[in-house]
Design a protein around this ligand. Structure first.
Ligand code: ATP
Ligand code: MG
Ligand code: MG
Ligand code: MG
Length: 568
């Protein structure tokens, strides 16, 4: 066997991949459990992961496919630093906008730095430095790089890390048509990437969140472990993250609800205490109620439009979490300000704020104090319609905004996100190029992300079964897992099989461990999840091996030559 071929045989006797029979105690998701148990990753600290040899191979395979498809649309690969100065993030406003999500640090001289959560600012600077004329555009740049976000709940293994791998790309065009074209190229490339990776995915409308900008779509991988919920319509194909399902605001008119009545609750309210204050059953659904906890609105019920279902606020109001996100695309669409209540309904409320209204501004009459509840609120009379936050609970069966048919809701993992940013960052940094007419033209921009490390976990979530991981061929750490189920004739036959496969260019994992029982080796092979398992066992003396298709579990005993042809 030449050394050239030998590099394709990874020996289990040498492989740093200790498998575990028990699930790690803190593991909440299937991918987290299995990637740890099968020896792909180990936790370093909360949300920070060590990629062991098998994991690194899968990660690299995902990155390779991403790279090939980005290169194919003409994007150029660069590598920017993760350690970034404060100044450009101050220019964009994100030094403070990012809040606790940002890892901030100081150098020895006391200067402020951050660890990059995403790189719009720096790419804008790069293009400002490199491009001066419309002839230099369009340009698309990308990197596959480590990102840092101090996530509040880094609990699902590599699905949500505080340090993670992202492919981020950025397009720069002179006009809207150019941006639309760059966006379309990325959208098509993303479809090819996820299809090649073997990931079941949907493209859904999304909201732009802290990124700013207008049009945006997410690539979601349906999976129970997902933290996103998307609504889809079986009739017309409408699909949107529930955060983005639009419901037009219907302004209420009448005075029939009487004057605003404020109800103070001194302590943190519960559903029961709130219901008692209001004099209604705890299961009531109310149309004219605003609920504020700790100064934040947690529910809005407007006559003729939204209701507050007290039961849905959760057992207690105390765990209410309010996340304020600005959304520039709403600046000229006061009719579309919208929001979302988590599917569990347990007090998890998200808002899309009218960006003209600073959080905490006194813009709602009557319910503007902590732990205050206001009754008889009339939209338009008691607060301005264009400064109104609408909270929408999307439920299965709700009418599709496009065709009215019933919506279905499913859990999914966000694996990619594409944005038409427009001129937000170009404006902030004064990014102009000299246009065709000799006058400066403001550049328009898109940004596009794929969670490369998250995709590894998303694939694991979608494909694993009760026996372990089960990788699609494109990302598997090897093509064939050859098991020597015995140390004499079995090992000889397994070595021979591995050598032939490697010579044919197949990537082989060879279980040549001595003193490990055949049963343990087989269990490990199924846990590790390489697409083909080839076992030299009982009938090795006759030159017969067993071939197992990991995904279907189908097994066949075949003479070695036929077995090799089967897995080639
Ligand atoms: P999420 O909603 O899951 O927090 P995001 O919307 O904040 O993700 P983006 O800013 O859109 O993420 O980043 C682009 C991509 O990076 C996401 O689509 C996702 O695949 C990946 N990503 C984001 N945050 C993480 C994380 N903490 N760990 C792993 N991958 C992540
Ligand atoms: Mg996030
Ligand atoms: Mg998201
Ligand atoms: Mg996103």
């Amino acid at each position: 066997m030449s050394t050239d071929h030998a590099q394709h045989v990874q020996r289990m006797s040498r492989l740093m991949a200790r498998t575990l029979r028990e699930d790690p105690a803190d593991a909440e998701t299937l991918s987290h459990r299995l990637l740890v148990r099968a020896g792909y990753v180990r936790r370093s600290t909360a949300g920070v992961w060590i990629w062991l040899p098998l994991g690194k191979k899968v990660l690299d395979n995902v990155a390779r496919v991403v790279r090939e498809e980005m290169d194919a649309i003409g994007a150029q690969e660069v590598l920017l630093p993760a350690l970034l100065p404060r100044e450009p993030y101050e220019v964009s406003g994100r030094w403070s906008e990012y809040g606790d999500l940002l890892f901030r640090l100081k150098d020895r001289k006391g200067a402020d730095y951050l660890l990059g959560p995403t790189h719009e600012e720096i790419f804008t600077q790069v293009v400002k430095d490199q491009c001066t004329s419309y002839k230099d555009l369009p340009v698309m740049l990308y990197q596959i790089q480590t990102k840092y976000r101090d996530e509040a709940r880094p609990r699902s293994g590599v699905l949500r890390g505080r340090e993670f791998q992202m492919k981020d790309s950025y397009s720069f065009d002179v006009d809207d048509a150019g941006l639309a074209a760059s966006y379309a190229l990325h959208r098509a490339a993303y479809r090819r990437i996820f299809t090649r990776l073997g990931l079941d995915h949907r493209i859904v409308s999304a909201v732009s969140g802290a990124m700013g900008g207008s049009a945006s779509e997410e690539f979601l991988a349906p999976a129970a472990a997902g933290e996103d919920t998307f609504a889809s319509c079986g009739s017309c194909g409408y699909a949107a993250n529930t955060e983005a399902v639009t419901h037009p605001l219907t302004p209420a008119t009448g005075q029939e609800h009487g004057p605003v009545e404020e109800l103070d609750t001194p302590d943190t309210p519960t559903i029961e205490s709130l219901a008692a204050h209001l004099g209604v059953p705890a299961s009531a659904t109310l149309k004219n109620l605003l609920v504020k906890v700790d100064g934040e609105i947690v529910a809005v019920g407007v006559p003729g439009d939204r209701e507050v279902d007290l039961g849905k606020l959760g057992e207690h109001l105390a765990p209410a979490v309010v996340e304020l996100v600005t959304a520039e695309d709403f600046v000229d669409r006061p009719d579309l300000v919208r929001g979302y209540v988590g599917p569990q309904g347990l007090g998890k409320v998200r808002y899309l704020a009218d960006p003209r209204v600073a959080p905490g501004t006194a813009w709602v009459t009557g319910a503007n104090r902590p732990d205050t509840h206001a009754r008889n609120v009339v939209c338009g009379r008691d607060f301005e319609v264009d400064r109104y936050l609408d909270v929408v609970v999307v439920e299965p069966g709700d009418p599709c905004p496009a065709c009215g048919a019933g919506l279905s809701l499913d859990r999914a993992i966000e694996v990619g996100h594409i944005f038409q940013l427009g001129r937000k960052y170009a404006d902030a940094f004064g990014l102009d190029v000299l246009g065709r007419e000799g006058k400066p033209v403001r550049v328009t921009m898109g940004s596009y992300g794929i969670g490369v490390s998250r995709v590894v976990a998303a694939l694991a979530e979608q494909t694993a079964d009760e026996r372990g991981l089960c990788w699609p061929a494109a990302v598997a750490p090897a093509d064939v897992h050859v098991v020597a189920a015995g140390k004499a004739v079995q090992l000889g036959l397994a070595e021979e099989a591995a050598a032939v496969l490697a010579a044919g260019g197949r990537r082989v994992l060879l279980d040549d461990r001595v003193g490990v029982s055949p049963g343990v080796k087989l269990t490990d092979a199924e846990l590790i999840g390489v697409p083909w398992i080839l076992v030299a066992g009982r009938r090795a003396g006759d030159g017969v091996v067993e071939v197992q298709d990991r995904a279907s579990g189908r097994r066949e005993e075949l003479p070695l030559e036929e077995a090799l042809a089967r897995v080639a």
